[in-house]
Ligand binder design. Structure first.
Ligand code: XMP
Length: 516
């Protein structure tokens, strides 16, 4: 096993919406971990040989028939185990304790009293602010366990078998509302499981560079830049590993953000000096989209056109590129509980801009073990500009799904300018990083306004800004009135085709984040 992965934590996923957050917290503390389904096979678990195991929460009740159980192997490996919420209850049940459904479910912020540190809660506040989310609770401890924390409604809020190093917590240490959650996880990893920190950006970069060199030798590698973070980081990493063996391809669909192509050229070609090919395909995309109003049809056409343009461009780059580097990241590859049937999470349905499986390439996926925040850290360490690294996500079909109905070159240009005004104002007011996604939407209808002394009919621009953890649900952002005022002034002043600016106050659900 390589040095970086020589020590690792296994997180078994019972379907909690927070499972990925647990993994991110563990990694932020400097320890490598992997998420696997809660019912992962015993041989796989023992082959992985984790130094510690964390059992996630989940939506099931251990009292229900058919609810997921903890594989027996977990308690045969002799490693520390931390059960969180459902994970704690299922562990108690497996080891001979009891779980009941009693009283009112506890959701949201709560306080628990720490009775004993037990290694896990050493040094935390005696009255601990925590985040609870459970209906069932432990009513009788398994042999060997003591209660470490309690409150009126939850008499066993944290428990531990100090000898065997099994711990359970009813609350969620991974969410920020549990203020000392980081310290609790840190106690588990370093004081109880005796792990050391080995998961750090510079070491991950060094290791990946070595792996890439070993894998591709002196071959050429192609990377398709999208303007987004993941492909940019892959390109920067590849360039450091193999320099001129790397060729970058960027398709300008005409549906990109304001001056996005120029930014890509300035960073990759001028700053890094990479071999960058830009395919100017705007005309092809707008021609293919002419007269098309239906959003799904627009998506289909763009996906199809993208593959066609990409294929053509690859042919021109020469036949001797055997490798394609892709920006697949960890959330795309987690063998989630959803696939083993225990999660309520709905997977994203979007894959426009993806490439078909039958391309004549072998794949290099150097960031497939990383979460988005780790990818961003890596990008900064590799010298990519912060403005690119901190960018909000942008959909594959680009401005086409933000210009309602038929999208034309003119509409896309108006939208790109209005969007740029809005995002610039968000930056000025320090709100860009506080929202998860923000953009303008173009409506091809005309409203009346007054310019000078004359009536003026112009288009309508809607502004959308949302906060979200996972993009599955989202809240509209309560932007300051002055910011909205400034955004409206700037758009009307700088984009003469626009007469009205409105702000979208629809959450998801019932709305979606995009308008189409
Ligand atoms: P919705 O609109 O479904 O968006 O609430 C959720 C997230 O997905 C992005 N999105 C897309 N991404 N191709 C993509 O690559 C698409 O067709 C697409 N549609 C929506 C959206 O920007 C948001 O981040």
């Amino acid at each position: 096993m390589d040095q970086l992965h020589a020590q690792q934590v296994l997180i078994l996923d019972y379907g909690s919406q927070y499972t990925q957050l647990i993994a991110r917290r563990v990694r932020e503390l400097g320890v490598y971990c992997q998420i696997k389904p809660g019912q992962w096979a015993a041989e796989s678990i023992s082959d992985l040989a984790p130094q510690a195991i964390i059992l996630s929460g989940g939506p099931d009740s251990v009292l229900a028939d058919g609810s997921p159980r903890i594989p027996a192997i977990v308690f045969e490996l002799g490693v520390p185990v931390l059960g969180i919420c459902y994970g704690m209850q299922a562990m108690m049940q497996a080891l001979g304790g009891e779980v009941i459904r009693e009283g009112t479910p506890e959701y949201g912020p709560a306080q628990v009293n720490v009775l004993e540190g037990g290694g896990l809660l050493d040094g935390v506040s005696k009255e601990l602010d925590v985040w609870m989310s459970h209906g069932d609770q432990v009513s009788k401890l398994a042999d060997g366990f003591v209660t470490l924390a309690a409150n009126e409604g939850t008499p066993h809020a944290a428990v531990g078998d100090i000898k065997r190093q099994y711990y359970g917590i009813q609350f969620h240490p991974e969410v920020t509302h549990t203020k000392e959650g980081g310290q609790i996880l840190s106690h588990f990893l370093f004081d109880i499981a005796k792990l050391s920190k080995n998961w750090q950006t510079d070491r991950i970069i060094e290791q990946q560079i070595e792996l890439i060199r070993k894998k591709v030798g002196s071959d050429r590698v192609l990377v398709a830049l999208s303007g987004g973070v993941d492909s940019a980081v892959v390109a920067a990493l590849l360039y450091q590993a193999i320099g001129d063996q790397l060729t970058c391809l960027f398709v300008d669909t005409g549906l990109l953000r304001y001056q996005e192509r120029e930014q890509v050229e300035s960073v990759f070609k001028e700053h890094f000096g990479m071999d960058l090919h830009v395919e100017d395909a705007g005309d092809a995309f707008f021609n293919a989209l002419a007269g098309v109003n239906d959003p799904e049809e627009k998506r289909r056409i763009i996906g199809h056109e993208f593959i066609r343009v990409f294929d053509d461009a690859v042919k021109h780059l020469g036949a001797d590129i055997p490798w394609l580097a892709q920006g697949t990241i960890y959330p795309d590859v987690i063998e989630s509980a959803a696939e083993s049937g225990h999660s309520e999470v709905i997977k994203s349905h979007h894959n426009v801009g993806g490439l078909p499986d039958d391309m004549p390439f072998e794949l290099v996926e150097p960031i497939r073990e990383l979460f988005k925040d780790e990818v961003r850290k890596m990008g900064l360490a590799l010298g990519l500009p912060k403005s690119l690294i901190q960018r909000h996500p942008f959909p594959g079909p680009g401005l086409a799904v933000r210009s309602l109905g038929e999208v034309t070159r003119d509409y896309a240009a108006i939208l790109a300018k209005a969007d740029h005004c809005f995002l610039s104002v968000l930056q000025e007011y320090d709100w860009y990083d506080k929202v998860s996604q923000a953009f303008a939407v173009f409506m091809p209808v005309k409203a009346v306004g007054v310019k000078g002394d004359a009536r003026h009919y112009g288009y309508v621009i809607a502004l959308r800004a949302v906060t979200t953890i996972d993009f599955m649900t989202a809240d509209w952002a309560p932007l300051p009135v002055e910011l909205l005022q400034e955004a409206s002034h700037r758009i009307i002043a700088e984009v003469p085709e626009v007469a009205r600016v409105v702000y979208d106050i629809t959450s998801k659900p019932p709305g979606t984040i995009e308008w189409e």
